[in-house]
Design a protein around this ligand. Structure first.
Ligand code: SF4
Ligand code: SF4
Length: 131
């Protein structure tokens, strides 16, 4: 029993040594999330417009029903999202929207600092998502 106790303490004290800590002094030090991290969404831009073709697959598959898309047609007869909004207060960051998109028009970035004060600041419009 003493052996296990000593082993546990050694692990605890090891983490006190410089270079062995698993925590960082956030926000002074920020970790880089892995490539697979699902943070804030981004609409992928194409040449003169967004890549999204307003197919409605992502709002259909979204389990939180937090994506609003309203399609329109441009002068070339191409469909585009006149309105594309994600309510981040409802999003559960599941990534289904990214998986469902047939044209890879939406992706999830490593941005995770999404805290804000006003409710409306969590409405991510097309313009904000294209940034
Ligand atoms: S990550 Fe999931 S919950 Fe969030 S917008 Fe995409 S499908 Fe909806
Ligand atoms: S982001 Fe992709 S899945 Fe969603 S409406 Fe646009 S094209 Fe369709």
């Amino acid at each position: 029993m003493f052996k296990e106790f000593a082993k546990g303490l050694s692990i605890t004290f090891k983490h006190l040594l410089p270079g062995h800590s698993t925590t960082v002094q956030y926000p002074k030090v920020k970790l880089t999330p892995s490539d697979r991290f699902r943070g804030l969404h981004r609409l992928v831009p194409a040449q003169d417009r967004e890549k999204c073709v307003a197919c409605y697959l992502c709002p259909t598959v979204c389990p939180a029903k937090c994506i609003t898309v309203e399609s329109a047609e441009n002068e070339k007869g191409e469909k585009y999202p006149e309105v594309y909004t994600i309510d981040m207060l409802r999003c559960i960051f599941c990534g289904y929207c990214v998986e469902a998109c047939p044209v890879e028009a939406i992706e999830m970035t490593g941005a995770y600092e999404l805290a804000n004060y006003a409710r409306e600041d969590f409405e991510f419009t097309k313009q904000r998502l294209l940034k």
